[in-house]
Ligand binder design. Structure first.
Ligand SMILES: Nc1ncnc2c1ncn2[C@@H]1O[C@H](COP(=O)(O)OP(=O)(O)OP(=O)(O)O)[C@@H](O)[C@H]1O
Length: 591
């Protein structure tokens, strides 16, 4: 599994993928009618806007020489109406397109978030979470402009160019052909900078992602940073990471701004050229009015072309982000239901590991030929040195990872043959640092079973001895806690998660006990709460408390991914082996 961190750029796909753009346009499909309406508005606006120079030509060549003031006033009136129409059309276009753009962004975000909820642990293990966050927030945001304006502008700009050329042809065919000399030069410039531009934007998206990953990591680790007074060092690293972002931004923008001056210069040169040619041809079929109108159209001709150039920039920019967004949406979870997976029926809770071998990296053996059976209602305590493989065993029971070889069976059914939700719904999993979500304590307990009534929530809290401390809080069960439950003690967070699991009423319970020392009162409450929780369930406890271990049906002593001792507390004590040593050291620590 390739791992990424904040100072490592993610790999990029090499070629420019038109399919990504088509897929983005696919998101616009539900808004086809609104888009057509906007295009019509824009077409109307561009015709109204383009009529101006033609009216000037008529005024200079016909109305002014003839002293036709009524005619001039009429032309001015038409011009005014054209300007008003343009204004109204633009107003509605902005409104409609912003709505469409934001709806599409919401849709893409939903797709991303839905996928992220399904991806398995190995996906999250292999990259910094900040790099995932940046895709959902920043990358999707950066599509906003392209979606709200880009596509519609492209259509209307192409239309404007077409209408402008028609007007120019109506005025003078020869001048029109001459006016186009700058066009191939522009096409050549666009072609030459295309690749450099794409690479620059991809590089920028990487640096943005790295910066986000570092910020995310730093906020998560802020307590450790401050405890070790590492603020200066972190600021130095951040400076470096954000400096890289700035450098790549400057490079991307430098390349992007090659296009604008090129368009400006080519347009100025073309207009000068037409002035020279046009003035020498006055009287020879070219009138002053038609030359003024023609040059007016020439300025207008380069404007939509510059817009198309900008649109092209925006697409190249968005491509770098689309690559990442679609890559995430298309990410295949490594853990999926088998094609013919069945729903796991209501279980009794027999758990069997049949010769299970597993490694986080395929070639490693984190667990080596693990073999055991836990009968319904058994409490299995897992003990052993840190890193020996205890958490890994319990992760396999819930199928957070797939075994390399062997089978994990529940009630004699291989868990690979059943659907993942039907398996996990029958398990209660409590981590060492139980996660508390932002919201009330009531919400947090109800996370175990969303349809539980308030009374059921309170009953669960009472059963695990959590009621006392909750009722002492300012708003009782309605007290708001923040994300991660930072205003609660470790013991209180454990009690809340006991209640959460009890409410879910799983047949199999997986529990990573907290090691932190807690006061005797909370310890007693936890002990009682735990007893209520364990009653009648098959439980796997990564145990640190002597009291929990002693009451277990079976204790597995894990060492380097193998079960090297197993038995009840008394049996293992009498063996005078590893467990006996561990028990003695625990006792000494407690005394
Ligand atoms: N997500 C992971 N990716 C790669 N290796 C991992 C991952 N999680 C754990 N490991 C490795 O697998 C081995 C077993 O880890 P495990 O978490 O099961 O140990 P443990 O016995 O539960 O330790 P502790 O008591 O410290 O929690 C360790 O060497 C650890 O470094």
């Amino acid at each position: 599994m390739a791992r990424n961190k904040f100072d490592i750029d993610e790999e990029l796909e090499a070629p420019f993928q038109l399919s990504h753009f088509k897929r983005l346009v696919g998101y616009l499909k539900p808004y086809k009618k609104l888009m057509i309406m906007t295009v019509c508005l824009m077409l109307l606006a561009s015709v109204a806007n383009l009529i101006g120079p033609y009216l000037i030509k008529v005024a200079i060549d016909e109305k002014i020489p003839n002293g036709d003031t009524a005619g001039l006033a009429m032309l001015a009136g038409i011009y005014l109406v054209a300007i008003i129409i343009t204004g109204i059309c633009l107003k509605y276009r902005i409104r409609i397109m912003s709505r469409i753009g934001q709806s599409v962004i919401q849709h893409i975000r939903k797709d991303l978030f839905t996928k992220l909820q399904k991806l398995d642990f190995s996906y999250y293990d292999s990259r910094p979470h900040g790099k995932i966050l940046v895709r959902v927030v920043n990358y999707v945001n950066s599509l906003s402009d392209l979606l709200s304006n880009g596509v519609i502008n492209l259509i209307t700009d192409l239309f404007s160019i077409f209408v402008i050329i028609c007007f120019m042809l109506m005025i003078d065919v020869k001048l029109t052909l001459m006016a186009m000399v700058g066009f191939p030069i522009l096409a050549l410039i666009v072609f030459l900078i295309k690749n450099a531009q794409r690479r620059a934007w991809q590089n920028l998206s990487n640096k943005q992602s790295n910066m986000n990953a570092y910020i995310h990591e730093s906020i998560n680790g802020i307590k450790v940073t401050q405890a070790f007074a590492r603020e200066h060092e972190n600021a130095r690293i951040f400076n470096e990471v954000s400096g890289n972002y700035r450098t790549s931004w400057m490079k991307a923008v430098r390349i992007q701004f090659l296009l604008w001056p090129s368009i400006e210069n080519i347009s100025v040169l073309s207009v000068s050229f037409i002035y020279v040619v046009g003035i020498s041809a006055i009287g020879d079929g070219v009138t002053v009015g038609s030359l003024v109108a023609f040059v007016g159209y020439m300025w207008m001709f380069w404007m939509p072309l510059a817009n198309i150039g900008n649109f092209y920039n925006a697409i190249i920019n968005a491509m770098a982000y689309l690559e990442r967004i679609f890559e995430t949406i298309d990410e295949k979870p490594t853990l999926t239901d088998a094609p013919n997976a069945k729903t796991l029926p209501v279980i009794n809770g027999r758990v069997e590991f049949d010769n299970v071998t597993f490694g986080y990296e395929r070639e490693e053996k984190t667990l080596d030929q693990i073999q055991f059976v836990a009968n319904p209602g058994d409490t299995i305590a897992l003990v052993g040195a840190t890193g020996s493989g205890k958490t890994t065993i319990v992760n396999l029971i819930s199928r957070f990872y797939d075994v390399n070889s062997g089978q994990v069976k529940i009630d004699d059914i291989d868990i690979k043959t059943v659907t993942i939700p039907s398996l996990r719904k029958q398990m209660g999993i409590m981590l060492q640092d139980p996660f508390i979500f932002s919201g009330t304590i009531m919400d947090n307990i109800r996370y175990g079973r969303l349809d539980a009534s308030d009374e059921e929530v309170i009953a669960a809290a009472k059963a695990v001895q959590a009621h006392q401390f909750i009722s002492r809080m300012e708003d009782g069960y309605l007290t708001e806690v923040n994300e991660r439950g930072t205003r609660l003690s470790t013991g209180q967070r454990q009690l809340i998660s006991f209640a959460r699991v009890l409410l879910a009423d799983p047949r199999i319970l997986i529990l990573d006990e907290a090691t932190s020392s807690i006061d005797t009162e909370t310890e007693l409450a936890l002990q009682k709460g735990l007893e209520t929780l364990l009653a009648g369930r098959t439980s796997f406890i990564i145990a640190h408390r002597l009291s929990t271990i002693q009451k277990a049906t079976n204790i597995f002593f894990i060492d380097k991914g193998k079960i090297i001792e197993r038995g009840t507390h008394d049996e293992l004590i009498s063996q005078r082996g590893h467990y006996w040593k561990l028990h003695n050291s625990h006792k000494r620590a407690v005394v």
